[in-house]
Write a protein that binds this ligand. Structure first.
Ligand code: 4AD
Length: 456
């Protein structure tokens, strides 16, 4: 259908010329001689005003004023108030009319209400802005890695091995409920892959295999976690960016994470000024200043051991008590980044018992070369490490965890055939979108959230 994007009408207004635009009616006003329709086609956060001169003798369809109706409008571009372009309608075609039970009748609905209609909430200002910022962030991440010699690789979503070893894998099976097998082994032998399979919680293990050939790689795809975490920052299906770099140690991993984040956030501030203005007005006062502050200061770094000491000395009453050896909870992470450092902070060198088998073992025998990035407002958005490159040490760590080594021979082989120091991290894309927009619930930064007990 030949037409002009509404964004183009605003960005390069051709006053006096005729255009055809399409979109959905967001609001309308009617009076005796004239009616106004605010049209939005999704390309712009701002609606385009269509003026219907009822005295012109033109026959405008009655449905053109109904909320949610889709229209094709042809008319002249004219200068409205403050030189903002508007369209003086000459012809209006109703593409699809919309009845009065259209649920998005009010100017502002609660986010909870909108969650009940994922198929329609994209038509609200909030989702218009969220989805565009998501898109710009995704493109910026690709841009960052592509311009730094990384190769984009696609790792499998169905896998036979569990990367994180936390027992959070969704099972993939074609058999379903059955009591015809004697035991689990027989069941899996009869299943599609002839063994137990699941949805990948991370592309890291395969990412490492690719990095051992291509040097610098990144993945950008969905990861799946069957965690029973009904929190504002957990999804069962989230998008995951995982760079993996050969010839890199922990400080290199930290440097890449900081550089990448500053680049992509800077890009959003440049490319999405209207969206950021919207989030600032409706979600978080001071949002832009917070992000500008982030990109103009060095991130802090603290070891886990020091962080525990700071938390213990804080005098703060935490729901989860703090002791060396415990995993940091969101309340601890936020206290460290919001109260202690007041900025983004890398926490390094965690106890080996609370981290994954693949992390490089530190000489102290107690900690591993892990790193999490904590940011104010969200907590952890990045988790990574230098990897254990020594075959014997890796096998020992896997044995300590009673892992089935047969499932990981491809992975452990990498340490036999030209092993090198290497490392990488995982960035939760939705957590990044939350951080950049100030939207506080992860369900509101992805159009179709999958969370425990919630699928449609
Ligand atoms: O810290 P995680 O579990 O690390 C890994 O998966 C590593 N294999 C990454 C690597 O080194 N390549 O997860 C990484 C990030 C977290 O920091 C968080 O931002 C996000 O993934 N994440 C989730 N986001 C939304 N919902 C969930 N359930 C998430 N679990 C992790």
């Amino acid at each position: 259908m030949k037409h002009t994007d509404i964004k183009e009408v605003f960005d390069q207004p051709k006053f006096g010329e005729q255009v055809t635009v399409c979109g959905w009616v967001r609001t309308s006003r009617d009076s005796k001689n004239v009616a106004f329709v605010e049209l939005n086609d999704g390309t712009s956060l701002k609606h385009l005003q269509i003026v219907l001169d009822k005295e012109s003798g033109k026959n405008f369809p009655e449905d053109a004023l109904k909320l949610g109706t889709s229209l094709k409008v042809t008319g002249n571009v004219v200068e409205g108030r403050n030189s903002v372009p508007e369209i003086n309608a000459e012809e209006i075609v109703v593409l699809g009319s919309c009845p009065a039970d259209y649920p998005l009748q009010k100017k502002r609905h609660t986010l909870e209400f909108l969650r009940t209609m994922p198929h329609l909430r994209g038509r609200t200002n909030t989702f218009n802005a969220v989805l565009r910022v998501r898109s710009v962030l995704a493109a910026s991440l690709h841009e960052y890695f592509q311009s730094h010699n990384y190769v984009y690789v696609n790792t499998p979503l169905i896998t036979g091995s569990d990367c994180e070893g936390a027992g959070e894998m969704f099972q993939v099976t074609t058999i379903g409920y059955s009591d015809q097998y004697k035991n689990a082994d027989e069941y899996y032998a009869n299943d599609f892959f002839g063994k137990k399979a699941g949805l990948s919680v991370s592309g890291q293990l395969e990412g490492e295999m690719a990095a051992m050939a291509m040097g610098k790689i990144y993945t950008f795809g969905p990861s799946f976690r069957a965690e029973n975490s009904n929190t504002p920052k957990h999804l069962a299906e989230f998008w995951h960016i995982e760079p993996e770099v050969a010839f890199a140690e922990l400080p290199d991993v930290i440097e890449i994470a900081e550089d990448m984040l500053k680049y992509v956030i800077g890009n959003v501030l440049k490319k999405c000024p209207k969206e950021m203005e919207f989030f600032e007005a409706h979600f978080e006062e001071g949002l832009r200043a917070r992000l500008e502050d982030l990109i103009s200061h060095e991130f802090a770094t603290v070891t886990y051991t020091e962080a525990i000491k700071l938390l213990k000395e804080s005098g703060e009453k935490f729901v989860y008590p703090v002791e060396w050896g415990v995993d940091l909870q969101t309340e601890h992470e936020r206290y460290i980044s919001e109260k202690v450092f007041k900025r983004a902070v890398f926490v390094t060198d965690y106890p080996k018992e609370i981290k994954s088998f693949y992390m490089k073992q530190n000489p102290d025998g107690k900690t591993v070369a892990a790193v999490d990035l904590l940011v104010p407002g969200v907590g952890e958005i990045i988790g990574g490490s230098e990897r254990e490159a020594d075959y014997d040490k890796l096998i020992a760590a896997m044995n300590e965890r009673h892992m089935n080594l047969d499932l990981y021979t491809d992975y452990t082989d990498l340490r036999k055939f030209g092993s090198v120091p290497h490392g990488g991290f995982g960035l939760g894309f939705e957590r990044l979108v939350m951080y950049v927009t100030g939207v506080q619930n992860i369900r509101d930064v992805i159009l179709f959230p999958r969370t425990v007990g919630n699928i449609r």
